[in-house]
Write a protein that binds this ligand. Structure first.
Ligand SMILES: *Cc1c(COP(=O)(O)O)cnc(C)c1O
Length: 435
């Protein structure tokens, strides 16, 4: 279809995620035709480095031959069947391979479709566990300020980014949220606040949920592993479950397989999605301990009444299993640690550029704040346009410009990306300085 006609139909027929009507009508979208490695190609053949790894999913590069082959092979035998009274090899073998690399002590896998559903599963597991294991007053959850756990209603309840939850306030369940934190001391105070609450009211809480080490949607806010370890001890002491939402941080993004590994902890429940299928298929998993699983034994009325149509889908499962094999064979985590210093240096340097107020990085994630922290701010979008003109897709989070590129990005490509970000920030600031 001709490009103009496609955009016209898009504007007429689609309802876009996270997009104001006016922006949909006025902003010029990229029309992407194909992607390969770290680059997206538009219908005119122009290429763009995929700086956010296609919404944080793409770790192995676009069109990885082994991922494609795994998908094609699976299509030839079984594309989907109900997982009710039926089992199949892709789902079972994936569970086995996943538990092999999961933090020790996680022993059960529950499949779902995306990050949000993996969180809904975690909420229901934790809640129902206490309901039927003699502590039904443990009904509340604790989450961190500015947390993001997805857009379904349960996940929205847990979330703290106002932009995503404000309007839905009246239909969300009540969650205890820690005070705002934007430096190491702030984070310490947040954990202190959890400690105080647990000392007084532990028996009213089902679980604490965190994005370990990096709060993605909050603007790539990074917090210390030592505090994660402390939180883990607090949860153990007061017997409140710790849910690790590793939907963004898992699969090597931070330089280890799981962000939890930086603190050598095993959460009671772990959620994985996004890189779980390397951006090739909607698929997610929620992992739990024997203790939690055993709390559902003892009769039909004790079963976890949760599930989705595409549970354990063979195509997704085959892909996710091949992803783990590629991680092993291509030493993906080692690659992250080899490239991380390059990215760290470039973002440290960016801190000295006019208009940049703060930078941070961990593994293959880095962010730069432009002026005031504001989700509806415009500075990030000015830089986005400059980067687009220079062949980089650099979608911001408000006034925060960040990168989370495919983990297999080559050193040359990474250098090109980093140089383009610096040039784009400088050019945007020169044209229209922000405060
Ligand atoms: C993206 C994200 C989610 C939600 O995942 P979806 O696949 O968009 O539903 C949940 N938690 C975290 C930490 C995320 O980054």
């Amino acid at each position: 279809m001709e490009r103009r006609r496609l955009i016209e139909l898009d504007r007429k027929l689609l309802w876009r995620p996270y997009t104001a009507f006016e922006d949909h009508q006025e902003q010029e979208p990229l029309v992407i035709e194909r992607a390969e490695g770290v680059r997206l190609y538009d219908v005119n053949g122009q290429s763009y480095i995929d700086a956010n790894g296609s919404w944080w999913t793409n770790t192995l590069g676009h069109g990885h031959p082994r991922i494609k082959a795994a998908l094609v092979k699976q299509t030839q035998s079984l594309m989907h069947c109900a997982f009710a009274g039926i089992s199949h090899e892709p789902a079972v073998l994936l569970a086995k391979d996943l538990l092999d690399v999961a933090p020790k002590g996680l022993s059960r896998v529950f499949f779902s479709d995306d990050g949000s559903t993996s969180i809904e599963v975690a909420i229901k597991m934790a809640f129902q566990y206490w309901q039927q294991n003699s502590q039904p007053k443990r009904t509340r959850f604790i989450s961190l300020s500015n947390a993001f756990h997805g857009d379904t209603l349960g996940a929205t309840s847990l979330g703290g980014v106002q932009a995503f939850r404000k309007v839905f306030g009246p239909i969300l369940f009540d969650v205890l949220r820690t005070p705002e934190a934007d430096d190491a001391q702030g984070w310490e105070k947040a954990i202190d606040a959890i400690e105080v609450e647990l000392k007084q009211n532990a028996t009213s809480f089902a679980a604490v949920i965190v994005e370990p080490l990096i709060q993605g949607a909050a603007g790539m806010q990074i917090w210390p592993a030592s505090l994660l370890a402390r939180l883990h001890s607090l949860c153990k002491k007061h017997d409140v479950f710790l849910i690790a939402d590793e939907v963004f941080t898992g699969y090597g993004r931070t330089g280890k397989m799981w962000a939890c590994d930086h603190a050598t902890i095993t959460p009671d429940i772990l959620c994985t999605a996004k890189a779980f299928s390397a951006g090739a298929f909607p698929m997610a998993a929620t992992l739990a301990t024997d203790r939690i699983y055993d709390g559902f034994k003892g009769g039909k009325e004790r079963a976890l009444m949760y599930g989705h149509t595409f549970y354990g889908n063979p195509l997704g499962a085959s892909i996710a299993r091949e992803v783990l094999a590629v991680y092993r064979d291509e030493k993906i985590i080692e690659q992250v640690n080899q490239k991380a210093p390059l990215l760290a240096q470039a973002f440290d340097d960016l801190g000295a550029h006019p208009g940049v107020t703060r930078t941070r990085h961990l593994g293959l994630v880095a962010a730069a704040d432009l002026g005031k922290n504001n989700y509806y701010g415009n500075a990030g979008w000015l830089v986005y346009e400059e980067a687009k003109a220079r062949g980089v897709y650099l979608r911001p989070l408000g006034n925060t410009v960040y990168i989370a590129p495919p983990l297999v990005i080559g050193n040359d490509e990474l250098e090109e990306l980093l140089a383009t970000i610096a040039a784009s920030i400088d050019a945007a600031y020169e044209k229209a300085p922000w405060s």
